[in-house]
Design a protein around this ligand. Sequence first.
Ligand SMILES: Nc1ncnc2c1ncn2[C@@H]1O[C@H](COP(=O)(O)OP(=O)(O)O)[C@@H](O)[C@H]1O
Ligand SMILES: Cc1cn([C@H]2C[C@H](O)[C@@H](COP(=O)(O)O)O2)c(=O)[nH]c1=O
Ligand SMILES: [Zn+2]
Length: 194
Amino acid sequence: MFIEPLIGNNHPKSQKGHIEVICGSMFSGKTEELIRRLNRALIAKQRVEIFKPAVDTRYHTYNVVSHNENEIRSTPVNFADDIMLLAGDCDVIGIDEVQFFDQQIVSVANKLASLGKRVILAGLDMDFEGQPFEPMPQLLAIAEYVTKVHAICMKCGDLASYSFRLSGEKRKVMLGEKDAYEARCRKCFYEEKK
Ligand SMILES: Nc1ncnc2c1ncn2[C@@H]1O[C@H](COP(=O)(O)OP(=O)(O)O)[C@@H](O)[C@H]1O
Ligand SMILES: Cc1cn([C@H]2C[C@H](O)[C@@H](COP(=O)(O)O)O2)c(=O)[nH]c1=O
Ligand SMILES: [Zn+2]
């Protein structure tokens, strides 16, 4: 999309480590964009490792899968620190659903980037209440490159930045799809939240 021209030569031999964050609401294309960047790194014969939180088993135990069924093989992990042990000798590290990791993910991302790796993180920037989804604010702050993608509001067709929960469930973490959440623009999100 827009990141590679900005960061110039992506080849590991010429590359200093850095952090990229792809954020937005549900259905905004975060996973599609993550898969796109990782596939291009694979085409360039770079060594790529992909992780996701083990809690996210919605579509597949191992693969990272987008809402429109693009997928890529990944390693599910329970804790952010596991990524340090498993990242090994790779050039590029992709992590999906990064909002589900513990705060340790912030220092893990920093350490990996300082080791010279390209770290690409995708996750929700806000929860169902429109509040920042920790640890995303810290990741957005330390990233060199941030891409915010948008869904389409299911009420009015405008661009959507919010994930509206269709049930009255108050737990912050509740896995779900179209049956449980809807993308909404600011106006439509707050109108119904009142
Ligand atoms: N309201 C919506 N707005 C945009 N895309 C949607 C919407 N609902 C379903 N989709 C589908 O979701 C795809 C994006 O899926 P995905 O990359 O998994 O998003 P995310 O990871 O941000 O939840 C789109 O290409 C489209 O096919
Ligand atoms: C808003 C919100 C979402 N979730 C869950 C619902 C999904 O399982 C994931 C987000 O997946 P996507 O790839 O971004 O579509 O997160 C949650 O647990 N709590 C929330 O507030
Ligand atoms: Zn709307």
